[in-house]
Design a protein around this ligand. Structure first.
Ligand code: PRP
Length: 214
């Protein structure tokens, strides 16, 4: 008997893009496109159930088995290190994790570097690799304000188009790593729904490969 696959999608533009991929490879769920406030949608015909989840929470749902599969940005996976399998790079939601600062910033190695970020762990790991002493200032958004107001020397943040930096007279100092959306799986589900998950992952992988060749 085919088992239902429960998939946590990140609410928002990225989630809609990713849903379009799932739909294109046979895991559509037409009711999901109704513009209402429902959070759970299922299609009995192809045994798929989708949940709209806050992007930074997807990994928690998957790690704890509330969802079998999910789509999370590599930034979230690097920061929270959930105990899940990373099955595929979906090649969407591409951006970079960067160090940025006000234009002309020069690092004074005699002083502790003040780093404002949402990604404390990523920043700590990055500067530990350079043996640079830092002071983390954990913020939850509008990180770009910190160096402008003198709250920090640099920021560690996501850069997509670069518009936010440009409009605030900041610039990239260094790129830490490239980021994209990943298909992740709960470890127990991966064992007990192996066939269903493998079939879905193979179809998505094929679709992405075709797209890359177009
Ligand atoms: C993210 C990130 C940057 C911005 C980068 O913020 O923190 O501020 O997007 O995008 P850009 O390079 O295309 O300008 P988000 O929109 O998630 O809001 P936030 O301020 O809550 O972090």
């Amino acid at each position: 008997m085919t088992q239902f696959i429960n998939i946590a999608l990140p609410k928002g533009r990225l989630g809609e893009k990713v849903y379009a991929i799932f739909e294109a490879v046979g895991y559509g769920c037409p009711s999901i496109l109704n513009n209402n406030r429902k959070l759970i949608f299922e299609n009995e015909e192809n045994c798929v159930r989708y949940f709209w989840v806050k992007p930074s929470d997807v990994a928690i749902y998957v790690e704890r088995g509330a969802a079998d599969l999910g789509v999370a940005g590599k930034d979230i996976l690097l920061e929270y290190r959930p105990d899940v399998y990373e099955l595929l790079d979906l090649d969407v939601g591409k951006c970079r994790m960067c160090v940025a600062a006000q234009k002309g910033f020069r690092d004074d190695l005699d002083r502790t570097l003040r780093v404002a970020t949402k990604f404390s762990k990523v920043a700590k790991d990055f500067y530990a690799g350079q043996s640079r002493e830092i002071d983390i200032i954990k913020l939850n958004g509008s990180i770009e304000l910190a160096p402008i107001l003198g709250l920090s020397d640099v920021i560690v943040d996501i850069v997509e188009t670069g518009t936010t930096l440009r409009e605030n007279d900041l610039e990239v100092v260094e790129t830490i790593t490239g980021i994209s959306a990943r298909l992740i799986a709960n470890k127990v589900s991966h064992k007990f729904k192996y066939e269903e998950i493998s079939r879905l992952a193979a179809r998505v992988a094929g679709y992405i490969k075709e797209g890359a060749m177009r």
